[in-house]
Design a protein around this ligand. Structure first.
Ligand code: HEM
Ligand SMILES: [Cu+2]
Length: 504
């Protein structure tokens, strides 16, 4: 295994081993295929929640909602994260991949798992939505798919840790571990803890669905599920912030203003994220009011603090780098003269803006015990998390792609003019979509509801013309965002197929 093949990257001088390169490629491509599936289902959801259109019938709506959640939040994001882990370990540390065989096992298990889960949803055997709250029950194959996927992801993390150890042992890099790798390592540590919680949740549920366990406790399930479901979002945040630092370096040569502080912030995520999961059960009777207030009024903010630190440190790093290039006139020349035409740079900034100003602020407010009862299960919640996982994480991953294509796939991006507008089309319309969704939620429209007016119930609810307007804005902005997503898929896949090969 020590005789792995490598090439030397002409741009960075890093050694890139073929096994790592192939695994990065297939994980990234598979991620994009699932993004496409998620985007197709988004059309149906969007045009149904836009009440004036109300496209799908109730059964299809909930089926599409389930598939959308799984394809996007689970498959697209985690496959892409696997690519990031291999990149942050083998490529950035200049090292061969530890046990490429297990890397392949990671890929196959995750592919079989995600495929099985998706097929079960499409066949109508799992209309349980992404949270699969018991006593809703799916066919046991659905849970098995999720378990296989999670085991695959754990193996991916193991290969990552193995490679870091190998790099240390073989001294393939100098000094301390690069910040991006450190951030990815924090993501992988959280991933191991999270996936263990996921196993505790889904293995009994699977046995229950197979008829081997007589009952599952609904409240315990919810607590356990969110130990997994919320912490998973922190893997995404860690991976996203690691991408922010990487994009800062790739686009303008930024280096962290104070690397120790950034590292400490990553560590805060690892330490405090699991307890922050409890904001998902604030309206449930299980925990005491005092416990909830302490948790969400105080402890939650230790994890929030980490994001606040990165929210200063990332933009500051790009500012310092641009000022060093001589853009020092006034307070904002650096911002005006920044490379806004570089899709990596614009993705970085729109991602930071949407994640912090829309997703972060609403998240802190909605996660507070006293306010949660008002926002719970309204459209404010999907409005909030589309700002975090879509404008934040998804756009950051899209931004990285414009650099991965030439560096790892060795292809020139086709239609660079279109790539330049993609972050604006996708990111800005997704920001508008999220805010409009939040505003519809402010007027009380429920989330995950096919029948928001209670048409089939004894009392009909009319939300009035302002709500109709917000839903229409959500609809139009959502369509533009889907076009932006489609443009990304077309450009990325097109580049792989017909992009000019970069030699040498
Ligand atoms: C292309 C743009 C997108 C549009 C227009 C869109 C639209 C929607 C809509 C209308 C809903 C239903 C909300 C409800 O009725 O409660 C929804 C749910 C959801 N979306 Fe998206 N979405 C998009 C992209 C994404 C991405 C990229 C992710 C994840 C990375 C994502 C994750 C989710 C999740 C987790 C749900 C909740 C599923 C559930 O409640 O079980 N979406 N989306
Ligand atoms: Cu959460």
């Amino acid at each position: 295994m020590s005789a792995q093949k490598f090439r030397t990257c002409p741009a960075t001088g890093l050694k890139i081993y073929s096994s790592a390169e192939t695994l990065i490629q297939i994980n990234a491509v598979t991620a994009i295929v699932f993004l496409l599936v998620g985007g197709l289902t988004a059309i149906g959801l969007l045009l149904t929640r836009w009440q004036a259109v109300h496209l799908l019938d109730d059964v299809l709506f909930y089926r599409a909602l389930t598939l959308h959640g799984i394809a996007m939040l689970v498959a697209w994001i985690v496959f892409f994260e696997m690519a990031i882990l291999y990149f942050a370990s083998a490529v950035l540390l200049n090292c061969r991949l530890a046990t490429p065989f297990i890397g392949w096992l990671q890929y196959i298990l995750m592919l079989v798992g995600a495929g099985l889960t998706a097929v079960m949803i499409i066949l109508g055997q799992a209309d349980v939505m992404f949270t699969s709250y018991v006593p809703l029950q799916a066919a046991h194959w659905y849970y098995l798919g999720i378990i296989l996927f999670a085991v695959g992801a754990i193996l991916g993390c193991c290969v990552f840790f193995g490679t870091i150890g190998l790099a240390k042992h073989e001294k393939t890099y100098e000094g301390s571990m690069p910040l991006v790798t450190y951030g990815a390592m924090c993501a992988a540590i959280i991933a191991i803890l999270t996936l263990a919680t996921g196993a505790l949740t889904f293995i009994p549920t699977w046995l229950w669905a197979a008829g081997l366990i007589p009952m599952m406790d609904a409240e315990l399930y919810r607590l356990m599920f969110w130990g997994f479901g919320h912490s998973t979002q922190q893997i995404n945040v860690c991976a996203m912030v690691a991408c922010w630092y990487l994009l800062g370096t790739l686009t303008v040569g930024a280096v962290p203003v104070n690397e120790k502080v950034s590292r400490a912030a990553f560590a805060l995520y690892v330490l405090f994220i699991l307890i922050a999961s409890e904001h998902h059960v604030l309206v449930d009777p299980g925990l005491s009011a005092a416990h909830k207030t302490w948790n969400t009024g105080y402890f939650m903010h230790l994890a929030v603090l980490a994001s606040m630190i990165h929210a200063y440190s990332c933009p500051a790093a790009t500012e310092v780098a641009l000022r060093k290039k001589g853009y020092t006139k006034g307070l904002f020349e650096w911002l005006k003269k920044a490379p806004w035409g570089d899709p990596g740079f614009s993705s970085l900034w729109i991602s930071m803006f949407g994640f912090g100003w829309i997703g972060g602020i609403t998240g802190v407010i909605y996660g507070t015990e006293q306010l949660n009862i008002i926002v719970h299960n309204t459209l404010r919640i999907p409005g909030h998390f589309h700002a975090t996982v879509v404008v934040g994480t998804t756009l950051a991953f899209m931004g990285i792609t414009w650099y991965v294509l030439p560096l790892i796939f060795r292809r020139e991006v086709i239609f660079p003019g279109l790539a330049r507008i993609q972050p604006y089309l996708f990111g800005v319309s997704m920001c508008v979509f999220s805010v409009a969704m939040i505003m519809a939620g402010v007027s009380g429209v429920s989330r995950r509801s096919w029948d928001m007016n209670g048409m089939d119930g004894p009392f009909q609810v009319d939300f009035g013309p302002m709500t109709d307007l917000f839903l229409a804005i959500m609809g139009v902005a959502g369509i533009l965002a889907i076009l932006g997503g489609a443009l990304y898929v077309l450009l990325a896949v097109g580049t792989l197929l017909i992009g000019k090969k970069i030699e040498g």
